[in-house]
Ligand binder design. Sequence first.
Ligand code: HDD
Length: 765
Amino acid sequence: VQDLSASMPFNATKAAEHGFTSGVAPVQGASSQPASRLATGSTLSESNELAKTGTVAPEGVNATVAPLDRVRVDSAGQVLTTNQGVRIADNQNSLKYGVRGPALLEDFILREKLTHFDHERIPERIVHARGSAAHGYFECYEPLSDLTMAAPFQSKGKVTPVFVRFSTVAGERGSKDTARDVRGFAVKFYTDAGNWDLVGNNMPVFFIQDAMKFPDLVHAVKPEPHHQMPQAASAHDTFWDFVSLMPESTHMLMWLMSDRALPRSFATMQGFGVHTYRLVNAQGESVFVKFHWNPVAGTHSLVWDEAVKISGADPDFHRRDLWERIEAGAYPEYELALQVFTEEQAEQFSFDILDATKIVPEELVPLRPVGRMVLNRNPDNFFAETEQVAFCTAHVVPGIDFSNDPLLAGRIHSYVDTQISRLGGPNFHEIPINSPIAPVHNNQRDGMHRQAIHRGRVAYEPNSLGGGCPFQAGAAQQGFVSVPARIRADEEQGKVRAKPEKFADHYTQARLFFDSQTPVEKDHIANGFRFELSKVTVPAIRERTVSMLRNVSDELARKVAMGLGIDPLPEAMPPVLANPAEPEVTRSPALSLLARPGDGSLMGRKIALLVAPGVEGESLTSIQAALVGQGAVARLVGPHIGRMRTAGGDMIDADASMENEPGFLFDALVLPDGEEAVAALAQDGHTGEFIRDQFRHCKTILALGASSRLLAAAGLPASMDKSFEQGRTGIFIFDAARVEDAAKAFIEGVSRHRHFGREMDPPMV
Ligand code: HDD
């Protein structure tokens, strides 16, 4: 074996395969630990097995991190090369015949660079194109082996690495985060028995009942084909044309028009598996299950006017929030809860558990918390991880199985299929973010971009030449065995294209949802319909939707009709099912967003402290310290960024300006004391906008000392004056000398998120 000169580029990964054992530091940063695949196993996933199986992941340590080291590249201190490892002498000029002469075809360095660039984009996801993701772990509370053999649930404290991608549905990859839309909530569990993807949404029901209608739904909601408008919005003719002809979408429309469609952040929304799945134990016994993710920070949403403004000032609002929370250690956390019920119970329900437009009310089957998920690490590279991650509902592990939900059946096909074109071939499971930690051995071979180098001559089974390997696991060795009878089949029916009768009850649960909302939430739902339908240009579609709403609530239908100038109220759309079964539950308080206020913590909340030259420094820094102490992000926002002098002569540094971070980007506002600063702020038109937006969006405002003048100058209604002092409206006025009391009252106000008592429609301010 010839010795490699220390001055030569050297790649330990490759060299080790050829028997070299020594050399200088590798060219690729990732290979600083010699990572010969042959040394550890014959497949990518195998080399990964032990490190990625997180038996223990102490808080702050992420078990998915280490195994990805084999593909991480860090170019610090490295020389520039081509993809073939050839060092590049000049990265500024193409090769020419004379400085003013023609460029030469033989310039392989230029051609490699441009060719690669030309192919840097891959097709975006047909839906859920806009997304953001994070690494984390799932920790099991108690063994659930009586219910399921699924690996993440086998022992108390068991930790399974996860990668979670949140998304909007309709918008393109570069669209805004704060569109009114469903949010995807897709979790990839890297279990030691293979990958399990729980591909859910932040709403527990769906628009349609059968996968046959999915392309129609998506074509209706996407920008209209002739002019490609509107982007990331359902407020247009084709969407409302379709859904108003599909009464099964009514229940989902209630959720979509509610504030659920405008989450404040990914950390403050629920997630749902939507379909009924099955849990299967080692004895092959199975029960039905619904999956729920509940955010520890509570559910919290934006209001529409705020969402519209945010989408202009910061289209990356949710992506930024997720990234910043994780960088700051305010890790998004969710509790996983299950609704478990038997087939016999399901048969008694007034609704069909195979119908994805129905929930199982929590009052009927309570939630059972089974573990928690913490997102504690941002991806290194958006494309490699967030873009290339491939979720598939077909990815289940022993212990999890499907129900006969016809929507789920279509999904089981669709996700794998879409990855093949999106990720360029059938080997997308070998992309590092997708590769399981469980070893992969089978006789599938070749295809685009194959990474594994399969050894030997056997790629078939049965075989004797390979010793019969890889061999079938069978049930005894945790091979996946489908639950034999998924639900009692009606043998007399044979093949049909039809639906069970209960699927035709389109309104009972829509009514349950609407009736379970607080008055504020009901108003927001009506306003959501009003806004969306006001963008519909065809009057018949608006009227048809109102006639559909009459089957849910006349109160709602009337409000919407009034907002659209529809008079008289149209007749109710004739229901498909004249006499639906009596529902078990007619009010479910758990369906209100306000039912889950969370732990009241200020972790991750963004609070603006307005500053200007001459600001009273002491009270300001004391409030700031109190907020930071609660985990809030307290930013000094001035007429400009940078340094300014306080009344006491100290220097402070403004993090943001009112121009670059307007008021609606913050969860709450502190106005400072200091005559000179207040005078300066009063001169700046941004101050009034800042205060008015905070007021209109019902956020907590604290005015210290002289700054109470700014509230009046901003034109807040005089009727509010009396309640300011008591803080009933979430507006607090304090003398700067009482800064400790002020901080206490303000923090309590912020923990309540919003003060809808001062909401007005139309807004007075
Ligand atoms: Fe879907 C993506 C969730 C119905 C077909 N879907 C996708 C994603 C989520 C969901 C979260 C993004 C995953 C990611 O972050 O990469 N989809 C749902 C839920 C549904 C649902 C909760 C109803 C219960 N979807 C659904 C149906 C079909 C699809 C009925 C087709 C028959 N969905 C897809 C897809 C996507 C997708 C076209 C686009 C990109 C991808 O899969 O990877 O295959």
